[in-house]
Write a protein that binds this ligand. Structure first.
Ligand code: ZN
Length: 201
């Protein structure tokens, strides 16, 4: 269906994105329609392709364009005895960029937030717990790398509680990451330190 006002329609769609208000959306649209007009089809095609092909890995819930499992989960060079639990895809990418961690991951896709109605069921927690149980003790350590803010700490505590009966070492990344900070914005060295100095939960 064609919209009456294509510019307004596009601005409305872009303004739904996080961090983009109507003013920024309008600026982007006008920029695309003037100097970047030739690359609009490529941008549209890239969006469509990503939306069609990218899905959650059936094991760790990282986003992937591979068939079922992501490249980390199928890699033979990763240490399968360690799983690092992160809140977001961006946090996983930040840890991966340190080039320092060779274990596996689990992406929760958020942190517990009772005020926003985000409980354990809204996160990928059940699949994480069955992953630990089903691993037949292949997984020996779980590093909880949720962010050091109120929600991240609450999530870490909840996860640790859920794992209390399981034969697995639980560690928490050290506070090299500033309290209240976001993993994805920490520099590589800080993240590396936080991983290396992790403590028993
Ligand atoms: Zn995976």
């Amino acid at each position: 269906m064609l919209s009456e006002d294509p510019i307004k329609h596009l601005v409305e769609q872009l303004a739904k994105l996080p961090g983009i208000g109507e003013r920024t959306a309008l600026r982007l649209v006008l920029h695309m329609l003037s100097s970047e007009r030739d690359s609009v089809p490529t941008l549209a095609a890239a969006l469509m392709e990503a939306a069609e092909r990218v899905h959650e890995c059936s094991c760790c819930h990282m986003l992937t364009a591979l068939d079922v499992l992501c490249s980390t989960c199928i890699s033979i060079s990763r240490d399968r005895s360690v799983v690092c639990v992160v809140a977001t895809v961006q946090d996983l990418m930040a840890l991966e960029a340190t080039n320092d961690y060779k274990g596996l991951y689990h992406v929760l896709h958020g942190t517990l937030g009772p005020m926003e109605g985000i409980g354990p069921k809204e996160l990928r927690i059940a699949s994480f717990l069955s992953r630990i149980t089903d691993s037949n003790r292949e997984i020996k350590e779980v590093i909880i790398a949720t962010p050091p803010n109120v929600e991240g700490e609450a999530t870490a505590l909840y996860l640790a509680g859920q794992m209390s009966g399981l034969k697995v070492n639980i560690t928490r990344i050290a506070s090299g990451v500033p309290v209240g900070g976001d993993l994805q914005f920490a520099d590589r060295l800080t993240l590396s330190r936080a991983l290396h100095l992790r403590q028993r939960f």
